[in-house]
Design a protein around this ligand. Sequence first.
Ligand SMILES: Cc1cc2nc3c(=O)[nH]c(=O)nc-3n(C[C@H](O)[C@H](O)[C@H](O)COP(=O)(O)OP(=O)(O)OC[C@H]3O[C@@H](n4cnc5c(N)ncnc54)[C@H](O)[C@@H]3O)c2cc1C
Length: 403
Amino acid sequence: MSAPATAPATERPPATRLDARVEAVLPVLREDAARIDEAAAFPVRGLAALRESGLMGLLVPQEHGGLGGSSADLTHVARELAGECLSTAMIWAMHCQQVAALTRHGSPGLRAHLLPRIARGEVYVASVTSEKVKGGHLLSAHSPLTEESDGSLRLDREAPIVTGGAHADGFLITLRDGPAAAPHQVTAVYADRSRLTVEEGPDRWNPMGMRGTHSIPLRLSGTVDETAVVGRRGGFKDVAVADFVPAGHLAWAACWLGAVRGALRSVLKLLRSPAGRRQFDLSGRQLRARLARVRMELDAMAALLAQVTADSDRHRGTAGAGSPPVQMRLNALKVYTAERSFACVDQLIRVVGLRHGYMRHSDLPLERLFRDLRSASLNYADDRLLAANGAMCLLDREVSLAD
Ligand SMILES: Cc1cc2nc3c(=O)[nH]c(=O)nc-3n(C[C@H](O)[C@H](O)[C@H](O)COP(=O)(O)OP(=O)(O)OC[C@H]3O[C@@H](n4cnc5c(N)ncnc54)[C@H](O)[C@@H]3O)c2cc1C
């Protein structure tokens, strides 16, 4: 296992205890996955189970009451949750991404006040980075923070898509540092829901996939004090490079990988059942080749995920974290797993055919996962990451690969 993200190795949660927490949650996710997809509804029971399990505080250091989990723990849990319900897993993964930033860049006052509540499962933190004017671009912002005469900071922020926005207890929000600041001077603030006026947009959430994430438009307004600033004023880029992007890409990739692993398990279960053996020719070369390809892709994704997890832990807090080869691998992990996980589900649909692969109410979750995983390349646009990687590739003339 790799070095810890947030706590010394000796303080990490024992794997067995972590697995017991995960095991307690999985049945709820299994039972509700199809229903929340059908209704495009937030997984209320799934989130309650996650709160109860202690996993909402996986990345909170033990000194604040959390589990002090590592990046390897993050990807392990994400994989397992996504094997049952990708929407719920991504809700949890995005929450952990916010917690990674808060844990390492929150002010002492914010950490002391907030982290124990997250560890107790009281606070689910949603992400507000996208904005109508600038789309998904993470490192710019349009809507400004303004300073009030009493020193507090006012925000009035349109948020076009906020996962679990109706259920979040707090928000990590990016804003332009002030009315006169340039778009790249981005400040992140944390706000409890109770500090804000939260208005939901009129549009009903009715997407192709990831329907259980219930990602809705919000308008957030209110004031926070200086202690709510996460990282330096205007310095969100440092937070993003050091922790926000790594935690996000690792956890998302693990979710997509875990979802395909769950899909392959369900396909193998069908193929090896008595009914499956009657319907499919398990000695057929094409069927075997297709299964082999999916298995090969899964192993390749898992290997890259393990390498980037170790890479990211090794460089955390050092100048190496921002180096082009490390950044390129982190972005490549996101793009590669987004592309290959979607391709794998397509391949599995070919394996089992129309009845088991394409029908909405089939016992296998392939139709749902096909729609869900179509979002992976959009959930932070792959085109943006490939453009950034292309620019960094030109700088790395030695073509430094991982050891
Ligand atoms: C299920 C789901 C949940 C989400 N939850 C949240 C959330 O909780 N909070 C949040 O803030 N956001 C959330 N998002 C938004 C997400 O993170 C992206 O920001 C958003 O999907 C990007 O919108 P877009 O596709 O319009 O792409 P944009 O990034 O706005 O880009 C628009 C178009 O331009 C192209 N493009 C952009 N830049 C470049 C470039 N440099 N080179 C080439 N082409 C480029 C893109 O490929 C795309 O076609 C969520 C998205 C999904 C799918």
